[in-house]
Design a protein around this ligand. Structure first.
Ligand code: PEP
Length: 250
């Protein structure tokens, strides 16, 4: 039985003040979330504030990205050890915004995934196709390529205990959600591909859906057999909306 995970990706949003209010709201409502594990991924600079406010609660936190390197002359980077120093449990790697705006390749993302895992963080590996790729009928090839980069680097056992987020790029921040059937089809494809190499790893692998998930569409998506939670952007910035998604996993 896979425990659902609902993780908020705050992206580059918030202020110390707005984050305090958001976390107060989450802390008040988290008691209603009976089933899902819940996490938030703030901008790096707010992680110490988040740690202070969430320590001892049922809500975990994590980074939105991480360096492949342990330390040294890498201006602007944040290491796995730094994230661990501030209590992070998760880290997102390969978000489509990093792949497209920062030119992150499948291989670089695979190295980030490996570095996170080796350090004891739980990586959330984002995969997903653009609209052009979906319309060109290559969704499965794209997702397979992104997934295989991790498997090629470290073997399929690298996915044990990890998390994958299927995020169709055309659904991120657009208000256009994949239908539950479209999402389930890709989730089943991902699990099936992993199962070809290791059925136990596939069975335990949590595959989240991300892309305009909201309280109004979450229950239908989360009811699908291979959708094990959500990676939430916009709706994670409002306590009520985020908690609505978390309780939909009940
Ligand atoms: C995301 O960027 O991970 C995401 C899913 O964003 P949104 O929920 O806003 O579409």
């Amino acid at each position: 039985m896979r425990q659902p995970l609902v993780a908020g990706n705050w992206k580059m949003n918030g202020s110390r003040e707005s984050i305090r209010a958001l976390l107060d709201g989450l802390k008040q409502g988290i008691g209603q979330v009976e089933v899902a594990e819940v996490a938030v991924c703030p901008p790096f600079i707010y992680i110490p504030d988040v740690q202070e406010q969430l320590q001892g609660t049922a809500i975990a936190w994590g980074g939105q990205d991480v360096s492949t390197e342990a330390s040294g002359a890498y201006t602007g980077e944040i290491s796995t050890a730094m994230l661990l120093d501030f209590g992070c449990r998760y880290v997102i790697v390969g978000h489509s915004e990093r792949r497209s705006y920062h030119g992150e390749s499948d291989q670089l993302v695979a190295k980030k995934y490996a570095a996170a895992r080796a350090a004891g963080l739980i990586p959330i590996l984002c995969v997903g196709e653009t609209l052009e790729e979906r319309e060109g009928g290559v969704t499965e090839q794209v997702v397979a390529r992104q997934l295989d980069a991790v498997i090629d680097l470290e073997g399929v056992s690298a996915l044990a205990g990890g998390v994958i987020a299927y995020e169709p790029v055309w659904a991120i921040g657009t208000g256009r959600t994949a239908t539950p059937e479209q999402a389930q089809e890709v989730h089943a494809f991902i699990r099936g591909r992993v199962a070809q190499q290791d059925s136990a790893v596939a069975e335990g692998l949590r595959i989240l859906y991300g892309g305009s998930m909201k309280p109004g569409n979450a229950a239908e998506l989360l009811a699908k057999p291979d959708i094990d939670g959500g990676l939430i952007g916009g709706a994670s910035l409002q306590a009520e909306d985020f908690l609505g998604i978390c309780t939909a996993a009940n």
